[in-house]
Design a protein around this ligand. Structure first.
Ligand code: DP6
Length: 327
C-alpha cells in the first residue's frame, strides 16, 4: 500500500488561462507545455489502516490549512476509484520539492502529478497515461501536462463530465534540446493566485473572449514550429501568447498584473538580445518571474546577460524533462 513517484514541472508555451468548470477543472482553451528536468517533486504515499486521518509532509514539514485540504480532497478522489469494503483508509504523504518556490514555477504542477501517480500506484489502481492525466487535472489543471516528458498538449475537451479533457504527448524529452532559464527576481510573492486570477479574468475581462478565440491559430503555428524544430517560430508564438494572456488581466475588474518592474526589465533585455542577433524569447506565468527560452549554443550569453539585470537574484537553467517515473 506504498508507492513513490517523481514528476517534473512544466512551462506552458501556450497558456491555460480560464476555466469552463471550476469544480472539475475544465479549461476554456487547449494549452501546450514543455516539461523541465530541473524542477521536480518526489512523493511517497502510504495507505495505512492504523491512521485516523491523512498526513501530509512537504520537505519534511507537516502541512495544515489550504494546502493540506487540497491534498486530502485529492486523496478522496483517488480513494473513490477503488472499491473498498473497509471504509476510508487514510494515507501518509511525503513530498520533497526540488522546485524552488521562489523560482515562480507552479510547484502544484509537479506536486499533483507525483501525488496522482504515487497515490494510484499505492492503491494498486492501474491507469493509462491518459487516465492518470485526467485524474491529475482535478488536482491542478497545469499538472495534467506533467504526466508526459517533452512537449505535451492539454486537450480541453468538450464534454461536461471532463472525460475528454487530459494531456497528450506531442514530442518526447529527447526530441529537441531547447533550454529554459528561470529568472528569479527580488520581488514579493504574488498577490493573486493563478486560480483566483483566471476566475476574475473569465468573469470580468472584456479581452477574455478574444484570448480564447486566438488560441487555435497559436496552437497550429507553434505545433508547426515544433515539428520543424524552428526555434524562432516556437519562441515568437510562445512570447506573443504570454503577452496576450497577461493583457487579459489588465482588462479585469478590478484590474491586476503579475509584473514587477524587474519583470519588464527582463522582457526588455530579451528583446534587445534578439536585436543583437541572439535568439531568445520569454514567457511568464501567474507571477513576476520570467522564463527564457534559448538554444544550447547561446547558454553563456543568455545567462550572463540575465545575471547583470538589477533585481535579478538567480538564473536557473533547465533542459527538457521526462514524464512520470516510479521509484
Ligand atoms: C498561468 O494550473 O495553477 O501557469 O487549475 O486552478 O490549479 P488551477 O491553476 P494552475 O494555473 C496555471 C496557469 C498558468 C498557465 C499554465 O500553466 O498553463
Amino acid at each position: 500500500m506504498k508507492a513513490t513517484a517523481r514528476a517534473h514541472t512544466n512551462i506552458a508555451l501556450i497558456k491555460y488561462w480560464g476555466k469552463r468548470d471550476e469544480a472539475l477543472i475544465l479549461p476554456t482553451n487547449n494549452s501546450l507545455s514543455l516539461t523541465l528536468d530541473g524542477f521536480y517533486t518526489t512523493t511517497t504515499v502510504e495507505f495505512r489502516e492504523a491512521l485516523t486521518k491523512d498526513l501530509f509532509f512537504l520537505n519534511e514539514e507537516p502541512i495544515t490549512g489550504d494546502q493540506y485540504e487540497r491534498v486530502t480532497a485529492f486523496l478522496d478522489l483517488i480513494r473513490s476509484l477503488k472499491e473498498n469494503t473497509y471504509g476510508t483508509i487514510y494515507a501518509e504523504v511525503r513530498s520533497i520539492n526540488k522546485v524552488p518556490t521562489a523560482a515562480g514555477f507552479a510547484s502544484s504542477a509537479s506536486g499533483f502529478a507525483a501525488l496522482a501517480a504515487a497515490g494510484t500506484r499505492a492503491l494498486g489502481i492501474d491507469m493509462s497515461d491518459a487516465e492518470l492525466s485526467r485524474l491529475t487535472r482535478q488536482g491542478s489543471g497545469s499538472a495534467c501536462r506533467s504526466i508526459f516528458g517533452g512537449f505535451a498538449e492539454w486537450e480541453k475537451g468538450e464534454r461536461a463530465d471532463g472525460s475528454d479533457s487530459y494531456a497528450v504527448p506531442i514530442q518526447p524529452q529527447d526530441y529537441w534540446d531547447i533550454r529554459v532559464a528561470a529568472v528569479v527576481l527580488n520581488a514579493t510573492m504574488k498577490k493573486v493566485s493563478s486560480r483566483a486570477g483566471m476566475k476574475r479574468t473569465v468573469e470580468t475581462s472584456p479581452f477574455f473572449q478574444s484570448w480564447v478565440d486566438s488560441i487555435p491559430q497559436d496552437l497550429e503555428q507553434i505545433k508547426t514550429g515544433i515539428a520543424n524544430r524552428d526555434f524562432n517560430q516556437v519562441g515568437r508564438i510562445a512570447e506573443a501568447n504570454c503577452l496576450k494572456m497577461h493583457a487579459t488581466t489588465l482588462g479585469a475588474s478590478p484590474p491586476f498584473s503579475y509584473w514587477h518592474d524587474t519583470t519588464m526589465a527582463v522582457m526588455d533585455t530579451i528583446q534587445q538580445l534578439r536585436d543583437n542577433g541572439v535568439p531568445a524569447y520569454f514567457t511568464i506565468d501567474a507571477g513576476p518571474n520570467v522564463k527564457v527560452l534559448y538554444l544550447p549554443e547561446h547558454e553563456k550569453v543568455v545567462k550572463e546577460t540575465l545575471q547583470t539585470i538589477p533585481g535579478v537574484t538567480d538564473v536557473i537553467l533547465s533542459k527538457p524533462g521526462r514524464g512520470i517515473t516510479y521509484i
